[in-house]
Design a binder for this molecule. Structure first.
Ligand code: BGC
Length: 762
């Protein structure tokens, strides 16, 4: 069988289709909208205008969302036009009722962090990315949007498209990892998933691309830290996913906390106006991150709220999230002529346009429907899809004949991550109800208890470090500490292992150990869990290490000593079922890493698309680029992941060895399933431009296929490369190409490839 269409081409074409749909609204519709908004703005007082630029949070207590009295008064007076962290039709209706009591009855917008599902929780984005399944990633956004919209929401603070190459950063789990090209594909898919074909469908929400820009490049992996990078790195590596999201029609953008070229993003006119609007053509509105305007005082670009407020709005920031700076300063800034009324009107117009496109002026209650909330949220179809996506996101890191497990005998399920529902849904799990999540133990019991004896022991707490425990639990960590001592827990676990034929050892991080404000300087499995692991391995029983975590961990010791390792991230509501499907071979794992796993923290940043240096590593030459104490190679490279079967690559051929700019180059390869199971392989294509006027990376991903192969089956794959795939930014940051020699690589991961050469001629 032949597959002749490159996936990236299909996606690009899809992207265009959706984009042009969004752009091709009838002109008279725009004229109608413009006339409506012109008329409305004319009627608005300055206070009412500022209200539309003000976004305030709802609170939560045990009885559900609640509203501070002051904020209620602000809504009633038209001083607050947008609310976040409020959901459920009943609650949101009450708030919209208040807006309908205001003089101009401008509806509220309801925003929320629907990051990887609303109530049905999908894998964390970094996990989901390991599926390399763009269609499924789009669909998980569609399902999230459907549930969110059925629950009264119309705006999500997603997707996060920050390229990140430092696993110390806790928020690495919210994006798709290190690769720019893949990042652009996922960014566009997510926007299409959230927004649907056209804004205003009741099962869609506004997307918000964040965090613009460069948040993933914070120094030392420490959250909220400074960013310092060249314009080249911005354009080559970090900006393309934001641009792809805008091109896909993203309605809103969120400014990042960090500085960009010495100016906080939230005051950066070059970023927010010259680039985003004038060059990229963005037409929606920009919201700040949480109190980002206020924080510019600490950044040191303004002495007080008055000054930073002026900087933000004049840079092109339309809406103030939770900082109340526009609320308190904007009127005076206009009176003092520091900010023009035209600037205010422009921001107000952008916000009103979003509300208009959502259909809120026709029906402010459009997204508020009790019946939909009961019928469309957490449906069995959504859960089934979540289970499938969770299985696709699992990466088999190592397997020395242990997996898949045979049904029967005694299985000991051991470890602090085995019997926890809360951790399975990960951080930023929105309104996810973790009591409905499936733990690893429950998943294994559900699958195997009819045929196998399933034992359980906790074996260790997630952490013993009291200070860290307190910090995490103060912020909703939900980490329980056992009444047994660490030694007693291990003893019990060793006894349990002794009775079993195989041990499933569930270790890793609690959900609160990654995410916002959860940077770590060591990214290992906590020491007390390692002690448990050593004790269990010493029993001599076969062990499968099942990892739950939101970032690459350092696993050199584990890779050397544990016979089988499964990376399961935080897989969401259906985590335990998905893991059991893979453990017992009902699903053959096919996920591949979209982030490099370093051997140790000292190697960070480490990523596959590095440059060569003038002294590339030579083990026999001291004066070459390397470490004394660790190889340059990572533990697991980008694109890596095993299967229960094996694949071989052969017959790499090119349709031509010399191409002209208008030509398409076909790269063909045969992939064969040489193992004993049916499976799926993610075949990856990389290029290298050998000589350029600016230096080029050693490899750059330009295509992939996810291809099912039955046992013994071969398929010929054809990747199409066009000039666009060979272009880069020259020294003047023009997007261009240069004739010369290229290498092309195809293989099972970024380090294990076959290669060929071709020439691009004028
Ligand atoms: C985060 C954003 C999030 C916002 C609203 C901030 O702290 O950085 O990603 O969307 O809070 O909850």
């Amino acid at each position: 069988m032949k597959i002749v269409k490159q996936l990236s081409t299909i996606t690009a074409a899809l992207g265009l289709a959706f984009f042009s749909l969004a752009q091709s609204r009838p002109a008279n519709n725009d004229a109608k909208m413009n006339a409506f908004i012109d008329d409305l703005i004319k009627k608005m007082t300055i206070e009412e205008k500022i209200g539309q630029l003000n976004l305030l949070t709802s609170d939560m207590d045990v009885t559900g969302p609640t509203m501070r009295e002051g904020y209620r008064q602000d809504i009633l007076a038209g001083r607050c036009g947008n609310i976040f962290n409020a959901y459920s039709p009943q609650y949101v209706r009450k708030l919209q009722d208040m807006a309908m009591q205001t003089r101009l009855k401008i509806p509220l917008l309801f925003g929320y962090d629907v990051i990887h599902g609303h109530k049905t929780i999908f894998p964390i984005p970094l996990g989901e990315a390991s599926s390399w399944d763009l269609e499924a990633m789009q669909r998980s956004a569609t399902v999230a949007a459907t549930e969110a919209a059925a629950d009264g929401l119309n705006w999500t603070y997603s997707p996060m498209v920050d390229i990140a190459r430092d696993p110390r950063w806790g928020r690495i789990d919210e994006g798709v990892g290190e690769d720019t090209w893949l990042g652009t594909k996922v960014a566009a898919a997510k926007v299409r998933g959230y927004q649907g074909e056209q804004l205003g469908q009741v099962n869609s929400v506004l997307a918000c691309v964040k965090h613009f820009a460069l948040y993933g490049a914070i120094q030392a992996g420490r959250d909220y830290n400074t960013v310092d990078m060249s314009r080249r790195a911005m354009f080559e590596t970090y900006l393309p996913p934001y641009k792809a999201a805008i091109d896909a029609g993203a309605a809103t953008v969120m400014s990042s906390f960090n500085e960009v070229d010495g100016i906080p993003a939230t005051a950066n006119k070059w970023l927010m106006t010259d680039l985003l609007r004038n060059q990229w053509g963005f037409k929606g509105f920009v919201v700040t991150d949480y109190t980002a305007i206020n924080e510019m005082i600490q950044h040191g670009v303004g002495a007080n709220e008055y000054e930073v407020g002026a900087l933000a709005i004049n840079a092109g920031i339309d809406m103030d999230m939770q900082g109340s700076v526009y609320y308190s300063q904007l009127k005076k800034l206009v009176d003092d002529k520091k900010v023009s009324m035209a600037t205010v009107d422009q921001s107000v117009r952008r916000v009103l346009e979003a509300k208009y496109k959502l259909g809120l002026f026709d029906d402010p209650y459009r997204y508020i429907n009790d019946e939909r909330a009961t019928k469309e949220i957490m449906t069995s179809a959504n859960r089934e899809f979540a289970r499938d996506l969770a299985r696709k996101s699992i990466v088999l890191l190592k397997n020395q004949g242990v997996l898949p497990l045979k049904m029967g005998g005694t299985v000991a399920v051991i470890g602090p991550l085995a019997n926890t529902k809360r951790d399975m849904i990960g951080n930023w799990s929105a309104a996810g109800d973790w009591s409905k999540a499936v733990s690893i133990l429950d998943g294994i019991r559900g699958k195997a208890s009819h045929a196998a004896n399933i034992l359980y022991a906790k074996g260790a707490n997630i952490l013993e470090d009291k200070v860290l425990l307190q910090k995490l639990n103060q912020n909703g960590g939900n980490i329980s500490v056992d009444s047994l001592s660490p030694d007693a827990l291990i003893k019990q676990a060793v006894e349990t292992a002794g009775k079993a034929d195989v041990v499933v050892l569930a270790l890793g991080e609690s959900q609160g150990m990654t995410g916002e404000a959860a940077s770590r300087s060591n990214i290992n499995i906590p020491e007390n869990q390692q002690a448990l692991m050593r004790a269990i391995l010493a029993t001599g029983k076969p062990v499968v290490l099942v990892l739950s975590n939101g970032r690459p961990l350092t696993l050199e010791w584990e890779n050397e000593h544990v016979p089988a390792i499964l990376e399961t991230w935080f897989l969401g509501t259906e985590a335990g079922n998905a893991i059991a499907d893979v453990l017992f071979g009902d699903y053959n794992p096919a996920g591949k890493l979209t982030i490099t796993f370093p051997r140790n923290v000292g190697q960070i940043p480490i990523y596959y698309s590095a440059k060569n240096t003038g002294r590339p590593m030579d083990p026999n030459n001291k004066y070459t680029s390397k470490y004394l104490d660790v190889p340059n190679t990572p533990l697991y490279p980008f694109g890596y992941g095993l299967s229960y079967t094996a694949f071989s690559y052969s017959n790499l051929t090119l349709s031509k060895t010399e191409i002209r700019p208008a030509d398409k180059l076909q790269v063909k390869v045969t992939v064969t399933n040489t193992g004993n199971y049916d499976g799926e392989e993610i075949a990856q294509l990389y290029i290298r431009d050998l000589v350029g006027s600016v230096t080029r990376p050693l490899k750059e991903l330009r295509g992939f296929y996810k291809v099912p192969l039955k046992k013994g089956e071969s398929k010929d794959l054809t990747f199409d490369l066009t000039l666009e795939d060979l272009k880069f930014y020259d020294s003047n940051l023009n997007w261009t190409y240069e004739p010369g020699d290229f290498q092309v690589f195809v293989g099972t991961n970024s380090a294990d490839v076959k290669e060929a050469k071709f020439k691009l001629v004028k």
